[in-house]
Design a binder for this molecule. Structure first.
Ligand SMILES: CC(C)(COP(=O)(O)OP(=O)(O)OC[C@H]1O[C@@H](n2cnc3c(N)ncnc32)[C@H](O)[C@@H]1OP(=O)(O)O)[C@@H](O)C(=O)NCCC(=O)NCCS
Length: 155
């Protein structure tokens, strides 16, 4: 099984290609190269030899909240449990500094529910988390679903 590891600088161009492939299909928000470089320490990856097959990021939003972002698994590597392992890694990392709650905004709520997150009304999220929404092509008609995971209770 290819391990989930922290991203390295040499992964960035492949992460950029993978994320924007799915962004072009409307599955997720696009990321620029500079954005990925700036936030490289947020990212986890799965590699198969030299090829990057999946990535995800954990971004701390506030004192009690972090977000799982930019989760993408290459089409030929999906449905093998890689996405689920890429959700577990940021959940584990969020525990270390004592962040109690992790959320995501997604068009794939069924997948995140399989990973143990629960749907909430997105208006319950603090206004701070909407900072980058103006860049979304769908803004202001957001149809993403919000899900949340409480690390203390595991639900
Ligand atoms: C969504 C995505 C990350 C799932 O990754 P994956 O590696 O195929 O998922 P896994 O194999 O780990 O699936 C884990 C479980 O979720 C289920 N699942 C996977 N995709 C699902 C979906 N779209 N809806 C509902 N359930 C889903 C699987 O059947 C599996 O269930 P099981 O444990 O009962 O077998 C992947 O399809 C992807 O990268 N899609 C394109 C980008 C995207 O939409 N990213 C999410 C945006 S935030």
């Amino acid at each position: 099984m290819n391990p989930v590891e922290k991203a390295r600088i040499r992964d960035v161009t492949q992460m950029h290609r993978l994320i924007n492939y799915f962004a072009d299909k409307g599955d997720m928000l696009a990321r620029s190269l500079s954005e990925i470089y700036e936030n490289i320490r947020d990212y986890f990856v799965v590699r198969q030899g030299e090829r990057l097959i999946a990535c995800a990021a954990l971004r701390v939003s506030w004192s009690d909240l972090a977000e799982i972002k930019s989760l993408a698994v290459a089409e030929d590597s999906q449905e093998q449990g890689i996405g689920a392992r890429l959700v577990e890694a940021p959940l584990r990392e969020a525990r270390e500094p004592g962040i109690p709650t992790v959320f995501c905004l997604t068009y794939k709520p069924g997948f995140f529910e399989q990973c143990g997150l629960s749907q909430i009304d997105k208006m319950e999220l603090p206004r701070k988390v909407w900072a980058e929404c103006y860049r979304c092509p769908k803004f202001p008609n957001c149809d993403e679903v919000a899900l949340i995971y409480h690390l203390e209770t595991g639900a």
